[in-house]
Design a protein around this ligand. Structure first.
Ligand code: HEC
Length: 112
């Protein structure tokens, strides 16, 4: 039991170390702007899946690879109330038009 705990603790600290290293050493391409947009897009992941890929069998649509103009139009329609919704009409109000543009560009560039 004691040995198991030591191994478990060692494994945990290793993966924590690996994560810290990965996060603290961004490639040049991962500049502040890119990370900012990725975090914005990550706020959609709870429902629409990681990087906009909905879990198989999910009732919520996949955003990955969806045309940018379509996403922007839907978000604005949710925001203004012209498209009725159960959830999105509330969520969309939390994003500026500029943020919606950035999020839509991000998802449109993701593979389906
Ligand atoms: C809490 C869950 C949840 C989150 C978080 C969420 N969505 Fe949604 N989304 C839904 C649901 C549910 C629908 C279906 C419309 C409705 O009833 O609100 C939907 C629909 C949409 C649609 C319309 C899809 C179509 O086929 O017309 C778009 C676009 C969309 N969401 C974008 C986003 C974006 C962008 C974010 C992040 C900023 C986001 N959603 C975050 C639940 C969510």
């Amino acid at each position: 039991m004691k040995r198991f705990l030591i191994i478990a603790a060692a494994t945990l600290s290793c993966s924590a170390w690996a994560q810290t290293t990965a996060n603290s050493a961004p490639t040049p391409a991962q500049n502040a702007q890119t990370l900012n947009i990725r975090s914005l897009a990550a706020t959609c992941a709870n429902c629409h899946g990681t990087n906009g890929k909905a879990v198989e069998g999910s009732a919520v649509v996949t955003l990955a690879g969806m045309p940018k103009d379509y996403i922007v139009a839907q978000m604005k329609a949710f925001k203004t109330g012209t498209r009725p919704a159960t959830i999105m009409h509330q969520l969309s109000k939390g994003y500026s038009d500029a943020q919606i543009e950035q999020i839509a560009t991000y998802f449109a560039a993701q593979k389906k």
